[in-house]
Write a protein that binds this ligand. Structure first.
Ligand code: G4P
Length: 530
């Protein structure tokens, strides 16, 4: 029998981040393939099917063919127990995407080799950077024409501010893609097209010293370029240093092609060795070691209406320490209650598996009768742990909400407050205008549709959303400040949140700077500081 610490130490919990279309879904599928969770022949799906396979509980997802929620994929590989937190890759992502990263111990960043660092990679990276978790880079689509490899690395270093250390190196690209060179093993692994990953590739492995065979496999021209590049790399690139990787200061870089399934298993094997076991997590008092404490977990996401027939709400928890046993009671810190978690389950795609036990590193979904909030802690009754809350991320899109039927004010307020409590939207009010209107802020514009859809379907309330032009929100850091005395730019709007805290909205970043200049001593705060 394995001990609790063996179980915890074999867990690897990570998120895959990328800009839409870089290949996150394809890479995830190939990972699942190695774990035996799906079979080879069935691995390649059209985009729509692939997306639906992940999560299709909400009508809106079906209509748009995208995944609004994040799910967890779990499988075993080579003695490891792997939990992949799936973050929606669509343009219209939400705060959930960010919060999911709070539950991960590391991140895999997928970059399209012909596009380099893109807008959404930048945003997601910023959140990973804030937590200082290890980040691994997979540069994808080498079977297509790619940007210069050195330039790609340079771009990652400059744009994201993280040092890079290539673990392998591509040999050519597009039609001339010949394979990768493994710098640690000093081996050339040749590429073979596996017809979109539907059959096992016949790759060959040669030592770089075996020049005759290497040349016949990749051509003399490619061999000369490769040896020159290796020399350059050995002299110029950052040295591999596991401590720096674990601190999030250095990203190991891998190259491959998820679609043709080349370089994916090599990446997976290195990644699993280099990434961390479940990390210790900060509570208000101390760092909680996953092995030394009894069960504890925090809520990072709440999803309502996952099953229309049941109208249920699921609270997703990341287990941070110890072993969870369904039969045992736990303590909900914020509610001050000892309770048994109801219907603990592991949720993958649209299937649910009731769990008897789970360990630090795992994600469980439990039925929530309306008692949990994002950031709450639950733990064994003998533990007294309060995890630090999850930061609020600054919304980037705002709209004024108007009810179509003003008689339904009560349902409207109930609905919108509930949806805000789940963290899907943030609500604000006008400041000193006497108007009772509500302003909604979201991280991704799709949340507006979700809000409208849910108010109609769950609360029977029709709304009209009038988009507002603001893109920047700032909380005011100074405790004693007279909001009326702040002189901003003409595009600045004063609002307050539900706790009556003042906030400022701006159309552009320039106005934020101007307002700071015009009001000496004013402190404006970005996300994570609320
Ligand atoms: P995402 O989750 O990051 O949004 O990306 P996804 O995996 O859906 O991939 C986006 C498109 O890029 C897909 O093509 C996919 O087949 C393709 N792709 C992914 N990895 C590679 C790769 O290594 N090489 C090449 N050449 N293409 C790759 P699509 O035509 O949009 O969809 P589909 O119908 O092929 O699924």
């Amino acid at each position: 029998m394995q001990s609790i610490s063996d179980e915890i130490n074999k867990r690897r919990t990570f998120a895959i981040i990328s800009h839409p279309d870089a290949g996150k879904t394809t890479l995830t599928e190939k990972f699942l393939l190695y774990g035996g969770a799906i079979n080879l022949a069935g691995s390649v799906k059209g985009k729509a099917t692939a997306r639906h396979a992940v999560s299709d509980w909400m009508e809106i997802e079906k209509e748009r063919g995208i995944s609004v929620t994040s799910s967890v994929l779990e499988f075993e590989y080579d003695g490891y127990h792997i939990n992949i937190l799936d973050t929606p890759g669509h343009q219209d992502f939400s705060e959930d995407t960010y919060r999911t990263l709070m539950a991960a111990d590391s991140a895999v960043m997928v970059i399209d080799a012909s596009k380099g660092v893109e807008a959404q990679t930048r945003k997601l990276f910023k959140v990973c950077g804030m937590r200082g978790i290890p980040i691994f880079t997979f540069i994808n689509k080498l079977d297509r024409d790619a940007n210069d490899t050195f330039e790609l690395l340079d771009e990652i270093e400059k744009e994201l501010g993280i040092a890079t250390c290539p673990i392998n190196w591509p040999i050519g690209c597009g039609k001339n893609f010949k394979g990768v060179y493994d710098r640690q093993k000093r081996q050339v692994i040749t590429y073979s097209d596996t017809e979109k990953g539907t059959k096992e590739g016949e790759t060959a492995v040669y030592s770089i010293e075996d020049d005759t065979n290497v040349i016949s496999a990749i051509t003399k021209e490619k061999y000369d370029i490769l040896t020159e590049e290796i020399e350059l790399l050995d002299g110029a690139s950052a040295e591999y240093d596991l401590d720096r990787v674990r601190d999030g200061k250095l990203t190991p870089v891998f190259f491959g092609s998820a679609l043709t399934n080349f370089g994916v298993e090599i990446f997976l094997q290195y990644f699993l060795k280099m990434t961390t076991t479940p990390l210790a997590r900060k509570s208000r008092e101390e760092l909680i070691d996953p092995v030394e404490h009894d069960f504890s977990a925090f809520v990072f996401k709440i999803q309502a209406n996952m099953n229309k027939a049941h109208r249920d709400r699921i609270a997703f928890m990341r287990i941070c320490s110890g072993k969870f046993e369904a039969a045992k009671e736990v303590k909900h810190i914020q509610g001050g209650k000892i309770m048994r978690l109801s219907q603990p389950q592991q949720i993958m795609a649209d299937s649910r598996k009731i769990l008897d036990e789970a360990y630090a590193g795992d994600i469980i979904g439990v039925f929530d009768p309306g008692i949990f909030s994002i950031g709450d802690t639950v733990c064994a009754p003998n533990e007294d742990i309060v995890y630090e809350g999850i930061p609020t991320f600054a919304p980037e899109h705002f709209a004024r909400v108007r009810q179509v039927d003003t008689m339904k004010r009560k349902q409207f307020v109930k609905g919108i407050t509930q949806i805000a409590k789940e963290g899907a939207i943030q609500i604000f009010q006008e400041y000193n205008t006497g108007l009772e209107e509500i302003i909604v802020g979201v991280v991704g514009v799709l949340q507006f549709d979700v809000l409208k859809y849910r108010l109609e379907n769950e609360y029977n309330v029709d709304i009209r959303l009038e988009p507002l032009p603001y893109e920047h929100i700032r909380w005011i850091g100074n405790k004693e400040i007279d909001l009326d005395k702040i002189t901003g730019t003409s595009d600045m709007k004063k609002i307050k949140d539900l706790k009556d805290r003042p906030l400022l909205l701006f159309i552009n970043a320039w106005s934020v700077g101007m307002t700071l200049e015009r009001n000496e001593g004013l402190e404006l705060l970005e996300f994570g500081t609320q």
